[in-house]
Design a binder for this molecule. Structure first.
Ligand code: ADP
Ligand code: MG
Length: 447
């Protein structure tokens, strides 16, 4: 353990020693499921281990953080820094203040995650088109569709496809340099370049790539300076015939604060979406992951998980990991009963969402009106109050946008909704009838 010379460069035998030591220190199933999934990025005096998901990262840190640190010191020398990061960490949860092991997402986001490949991506109606477009781009960078813009909700495989394009085009030698970067890292690099007066380096670095993969561009919303800079990066790369692939959580037309000129650039190639997978696809994804694990997971357990988690593939995988990890830790058989027990909370949290219509009906009834009255034009009292309360509840209990709420209430505009919501807030503050009624309606609706 002592006297290990500092690790200065690439020496594959050190990594082998590292994995062998780890493997010998944990049960085989734990090695299989957790530690073998960490991908290394080794540089002088720094070893970065990339976990496939945040859940994975947290578990590894909690259970094996100390072991990893000790093994790192043993194999790479105590001078070598060990960094644990997760690749699929959603932007909004990056928080490096709470972890003992240093987390620096910016160190890894330009690398490609090797497990995110086309052959590890399960096809279904929901992602078929995006997959096809991504394949085409990987096979003919700069030629097929440029730019390719992929949008869709969280955890549906956008980042996976970006990496798959990068891996594939590099392995088939259709591209020499591939750059994967999250929008957050692009922004941070830019800020850093300005601070250090190295903007030219920044420009040169991002323009020297054959395939430029930019993840989560919605992060640029409202940030004028970086939008301006990215506009120029985009144009330069595009003019040189380099491939651009951009992902976002929404369609370019809904990137509200992005100027038209950039928005129209985004739409000048191919725009394609990814939808949540159907039950059948969710089963296939689970099957793929279950097959990689050390233990067989029965079909009824997989079916239960697939039925319980429907909107997000990352959560789907998380649920499977949770169940199998629980089984491994308690050495109980992995059956449906256990899955229900472990995921019970999740299943309960998936109660049907409250809809605008339910709110309108319940509120109307409590005043002796009908939904038609609430949606109608009459401005008599107490119908107006009833309508305002229903709008307020829609704002509180659903995630509908103001315009959508307006539409549900017979095509009113969003200013009317804002006015109603504020009015009810005021009434609640002053106590009295309205506040009581809102309280009881909200309770009844949430049941
Ligand atoms: P996004 O970037 O859209 O938020 P990710 O690409 O990070 O989502 O996907 C979340 C997780 O789900 C990843 O582990 C990814 O491998 C997996 N995943 C998503 N879609 C599929 C799919 N169709 N087949 C297999 N795995 C998938
Ligand atoms: Mg992503």
């Amino acid at each position: 353990m002592h006297g290990v010379p500092p690790f200065e460069g690439h020496d594959p035998s050190r990594w082998e020693q590292f994995t062998r030591t780890l493997q010998a220190s944990v049960p085989a199933s734990m090695w299989q499921r957790w530690l073998s999934k960490l991908e290394p990025e080794i540089s002088p005096r720094r070893v970065t281990l990339v976990a496939p998901s945040e859940f994975h990262l947290n578990l590894v840190k909690e259970r094996y953080g100390e072991l990893l640190a000790a093994t790192n010191a043993e194999c790479f020398g105590p001078e070598t820094e060990l960094i644990l990061v997760s690749l699929a960490q959603p932007l909004e949860t990056i928080d490096d203040s709470v972890t003992e092991v240093e987390v620096r997402p910016e160190n890894v986001s330009t690398m490609l995650y090797k497990r995110y490949r086309f052959d590890q991506f399960v096809l279904g109606d929901s992602n078929f088109f995006a997959y096809g477009a991504a394949m085409a781009v990987a096979n003919q960078p700069g030629i097929a569709y440029n730019p390719l813009f992929i949008f869709g909700g969280a955890g549906l495989g956008k980042t996976h496809l970006l990496h798959a394009i990068g891996n594939h085009s590099r392995e088939t030698k259709r591209a020499t340099t591939v750059c994967y970067v999250t929008s957050e890292k692009f922004l941070n690099d830019f800020i850093d370049a300005i601070r250090r007066r190295r903007v030219d380096d920044f420009k040169a670095r991002y323009r020297s790539t054959d395939v430029f993969l930019l993840d989560d561009v919605q992060f640029f919303e409202g940030k004028e300076q970086i939008l301006e800079e990215f506009f120029h990066t985009f144009n330069d790369l595009h003019q040189m015939g380099r491939q651009l692939v951009i992902t976002s959580d929404r369609h370019p037309r809904n990137l509200a604060t992005v100027e038209d000129r950039l928005r129209s650039r985004f739409q000048s190639g191919l725009v394609t979406d990814i939808q949540p997978p159907a039950l059948e696809t969710r089963m296939a994804i689970l099957q793929l992951h279950a097959d990689l694990g050390p233990k067989l997971v029965s079909t009824d357990v997989l079916e239960y998980i697939a039925a319980t988690v429907s909107e997000n593939v990352r959560e789907l995988e998380g649920a499977l990991i949770k169940v199998t990890a629980f089984a491994a830790m308690t050495s109980r058989p992995l059956d449906l009963e256990m899955a229900k027990e472990v995921l019970g909370e999740l299943a309960m949290g998936r109660k049907k969402a409250i809809e605008a219509f339910d709110i309108m009906r319940a509120t109307a009834e409590s005043f002796g009106y009908t939904v038609i009255d609430v949606q109608g034009k009459s401005r008599r009292q107490p119908l107006v109050t009833c309508r305002q309360i229903a709008m307020f509840l829609c704002r509180e209990l659903t995630d509908l946008s103001l315009p959508k709420i307006g539409r549900a209430f017979g095509g009113r505009d969003h200013a009317t909704v804002i006015h109603s919501v504020n009015k009810v807030k005021q009434e609640i503050r002053s106590g009295g009838d309205v506040s009581e009624r809102v309280e009881s309606l909200s309770k009844a609706l949430r049941k």
